[in-house]
Design a protein around this ligand. Structure first.
Ligand code: HEC
Ligand code: HEC
Ligand code: HEC
Ligand code: HEC
Ligand code: HEC
Ligand code: HEC
Length: 404
């Protein structure tokens, strides 16, 4: 359940009025929404789930309370609206939430208070490090940051144009003043009668300066854009060529991750299974299903299934699965989230440098029964009595460990 930890609300707060105008309830709702819902919902735009603006007009509170607490129960009950929206969103299940009626009401009050406001300005916060539950809608942050840079750029261009126009006007004024004078020598007249000359213009230091400034601005703009884009693949959930469900295979049927991702404990990369692995079961199971027939077709044509890659670090970074799963003993879910509940896989963590380093600073190394670490731990403990032996104590935050 991604980030589904209900934040405590003050025990003294009373149930908010139906209108939801209560500022304390709205503030509590804001925090609850960010911790539990923002991963999948925004008020005024669709994220993973629908935009929530107008929800209290679409549905009565008597429907919203059970839905938010346990949507799959409402779907299972056959409720017409619930089944329709569940199907519309590709049968993606919304997690259950252990929230009180009062907490749900404050979330709804906050949602109502945000209706009609542009999403991006409310959430204009770049996602720079990967605290699950803290991320605002990534798309909103991107649009918000982009908009400010755009506005800044437009203002600068306008200022430049105004400057140029002013200079031309001043120049013409001065020429007019000079023409009125008789005591000019030949050189002055030459300058005065000068026509517009592209060659001279091209050599002019002023023009070069202006072009240089504009060029520098464009570079800064591109730089800011790319920095803002860091981590924005979080939540990426492409449609796959076959409706393969981790929820069904890894969740319901409890097939071990490494049955398919065979190299995840042994090598750098966790491979994606070939069609042959699917055939271990699907030569027998569901042979008539149109989705399974896609596997047969791929094998007949001797073409691999074109799965769309979801997680992808830039080439400059080195990440090794076996170091983390086999040596470090980390669970897949620590980094990939509740894969066993995902109908369609999405990128759960930010995968930014900050995300890697935060964990390395905090995570103690599992040094038990690993002789390699015995001396290192002893050395560490004599120097830093009491401090845990973290990945970074072992040099896990040195640039060269992660960069080629
Ligand atoms: C993991 C993603 C996820 C999280 C987290 C999540 N939802 Fe949803 N929500 C969905 C999806 C997907 C739907 C569409 C229905 C479906 O597929 O079940 C939905 C539907 C809804 C609906 C119905 C919307 C409509 O237009 O009828 C409401 C209301 C709602 N969610 C509220 C919440 C609230 C409140 C929270 C936080 C406490 C929350 N959701 C957390 C994914 C999520
Ligand atoms: C029956 C085979 C099978 C099992 C079992 C399985 N997976 Fe997968 N996994 C796949 C296939 C096929 C894909 C590519 C299609 C997709 O993304 O859904 C995939 C994709 C993924 C991806 C995304 C890869 C990318 O493109 O970045 C992750 C992460 C992942 N699996 C983790 C897990 C974890 C964790 C488990 C165990 C809880 C697991 N898988 C169990 C077959 C399997
Ligand atoms: C260890 C056995 C096993 C493996 C390996 C396996 N599956 Fe499955 N798969 C199942 C079972 C069991 C079901 C559920 C059948 C049912 O609902 O009756 C299923 C169902 C499916 C379905 C849903 C079919 C439908 O129409 O309901 C798809 C699609 C699917 N698998 C794709 C794949 C793909 C793609 C692979 C390879 C990456 C794969 N499976 C590997 C056991 C397996
Ligand atoms: C410490 C965090 C972490 C853990 C633990 C982890 N992964 Fe990953 N996983 C990543 C990162 C980061 C990537 C992207 C790697 C890249 O692009 O080079 C990734 C990519 C993947 C991919 C896509 C193929 C690939 O190798 O690039 C699959 C499949 C996958 N992981 C499965 C798993 C499974 C299964 C487990 C558990 C046995 C697991 N992962 C544990 C961080 C982790
Ligand atoms: C959830 C925690 C966690 C995250 C996230 C994580 N790591 Fe690690 N990492 C570990 C642990 C634990 C170890 C130590 C394993 C061991 O040697 O016992 C480790 C070790 C390493 C090492 C070897 C360090 C050494 O001293 O030899 C490298 C390189 C590394 N990680 C790279 C990455 C990169 C790159 C990312 C981000 C894409 C990442 N890690 C994200 C927990 C994490
Ligand atoms: C634990 C692993 C880890 C360590 C240690 C680490 N990096 Fe990174 N770094 C990454 C990953 C992963 C990325 C790619 C993800 C991203 O762009 O945020 C990255 C990206 C970068 C980038 C490109 C940023 C961008 O916007 O694309 C630079 C520059 C960089 N690192 C420099 C450094 C320097 C300098 C150090 C040492 C002080 C360092 N890194 C230490 C994992 C690490």
């Amino acid at each position: 359940m991604p980030g589904a930890t209900a934040a405590a609300t003050p025990a003294t707060a009373t149930a908010p009025g139906a209108g939801g105008g209560d500022a304390a309830a709205i503030a509590a709702g804001d925090a609850l929404f960010k911790n539990n819902c923002a991963q999948c919902h925004a008020v005024n735009e669709q994220v993973v789930g629908p935009a929530l603006a107008g929800i209290t007009k679409r549905r009565p509170v008597s429907w919203l309370l059970p839905w938010i607490k346990n949507s799959s129960k409402v779907v299972a009950s056959g409720d017409e609206y619930a089944v329709a929206i569940f199907n519309k969103y590709n049968k993606q299940q919304m997690p259950s939430f252990a929230l009180s009626d009062q907490e749900v009401n404050s979330i709804l009050a906050w949602v109502t208070s945000q209706e009609g406001q542009a999403g991006p300005t409310a959430e204009a916060k770049p996602v720079v490090d990967g605290k699950p539950g803290d991320e605002a809608a990534a798309g909103g942050a991107e649009a918000g940051a982009g908009k400010y840079v755009d506005i800044l750029l437009i203002v600068l261009v306008v200022v430049l144009i105004v400057l140029v126009v002013t200079l031309v006007i001043i120049g013409n004024l001065m020429k007019d003043v000079l023409r009125g004078r008789k005591d000019l020598d030949g050189r002055d007249v030459e300058i005065l009668e000068q026509r517009f000359d592209w060659g001279k213009m091209y050599r002019s230091p002023m023009l070069r300066g202006i072009v240089g400034v504009v060029f520098a601005l464009v570079l800064v703009y591109a730089g800011v854009q790319s920095v803002m884009a860091v981590g924005l693949t979080q939540g990426y959930q492409p449609t796959q060529p076959i409706a393969f469900s981790h929820k069904l295979h890894a969740g319901q049927h409890q097939i071990n991750c490494a049955y398919c991702h065979t190299s995840v404990y042994k090598s750098k990369s966790a491979n994606i299974p070939s069609a042959n692995i699917c055939m271990n079961c699907h030569s027998q199971i569901k042979t008539e299903s149109p989705e399974i027939k896609k596997i047969y077709r791929a094998i007949e044509r001797k073409q691999p299934i074109q799965w769309v890659r979801i997680h992808n670090l830039p080439d400059l970074a080195y990440f090794n699965h076996s170091q983390h799963t086999q040596v470090g003993g980390l669970q897949c879910q620590t980094c990939h989230g509740p894969i066993q509940n995902m109908e369609v896989v999405y990128q759960y963590s930010a995968l930014t440098m900050g995300w890697c380093i935060n964990c390395h600073r905090e995570m103690p190394i599992n040094a038990k029964d690993n002789k390699y670490y015995d001396n290192l731990v002893k050395l560490h403990d004599t120097k830093n009595a009491g401090a845990p032996f973290t990945v970074s104590s072992n040099g896990g935050t040195e640039c060269s460990k992660c960069h080629y």
